[in-house]
Design a protein around this ligand. Structure first.
Ligand SMILES: [Fe+2]
Ligand SMILES: [Fe+2]
Length: 189
């Protein structure tokens, strides 16, 4: 890349300027796209509500997967990519911020258990769905298994662990946690 921007001995500076402008625009477009992706979580107002909105969004993608048939190979691949992206970002926000806060406040057991479920169930499920032939009926069977795993994980987070964490923190501390989580999400959005 860098060699493209070397000072030219002959005059092709026009091309170089166009290239540099394109690079800048690309960067802006990427920042805009990231902001749009993080907007749903950010708009929810606080970290817990943001994560709940993301759980809902992931379930929505899974329901679209369930509605596909063995004919919808391309659609299955597109939905799987969307789910991988959504859950990848979600996992970074939880693992790099929320679960660390849990551990720091004395609930290492929940942090470990939830982190283990991300790896052993969610990431494994997404990997398997990538591997299984999308024109095979076993693809939907694996979707159902992943859905059940995610539902159980989400119930633990939304009904037990996250409300307890939010209650341990002051309004100001919850605001700080929300900002930190949105920053992490934006990085990988
Ligand atoms: Fe989680
Ligand atoms: Fe979650």
């Amino acid at each position: 890349m860098a060699t493209q921007y070397k000072v030219p001995s002959n005059d092709n500076s026009g091309i170089l300027i166009a290239g540099a402008a394109g690079f800048g625009l690309g960067l802006l477009a990427s920042v805009g796209r990231k902001a749009a992706v993080q907007a749903v979580t950010y708009a929810a107002g606080d970290w817990f509500e943001g994560l709940k909105a993301e759980h809902k969004m992931a379930m929505g993608i899974i329901e679209l997967m369930e509605a596909t048939t063995t004919e919808d190979v391309k659609k299955r691949a597109t939905l799987l990519l969307q789910l991988q992206h959504a859950l990848g970002k979600h996992a970074i926000q939880e693992e790099d911020v929320i679960y660390c806060a849990l551990r720091a406040l004395g609930d290492a057991a929940s942090a470990d258990e939830l982190g283990h479920e991300h790896n052993a169930e969610v990431k494994q499920g997404l990997y398997d769905l990538e591997q299984i032939d999308k024109s095979s009926p076993s693809w939907l069977a694996r979707v159902a298994e992943l859905k059940a795993d995610i539902e159980a994980h989400v119930r633990k987070e939304e009904d037990e662990v996250f409300p307890a964490l939010r209650a341990k923190l002051s309004d100001e501390e919850n605001r700080k946690l929300t900002n930190r989580m949105n920053r992490e999400g934006f990085k990988v959005a």
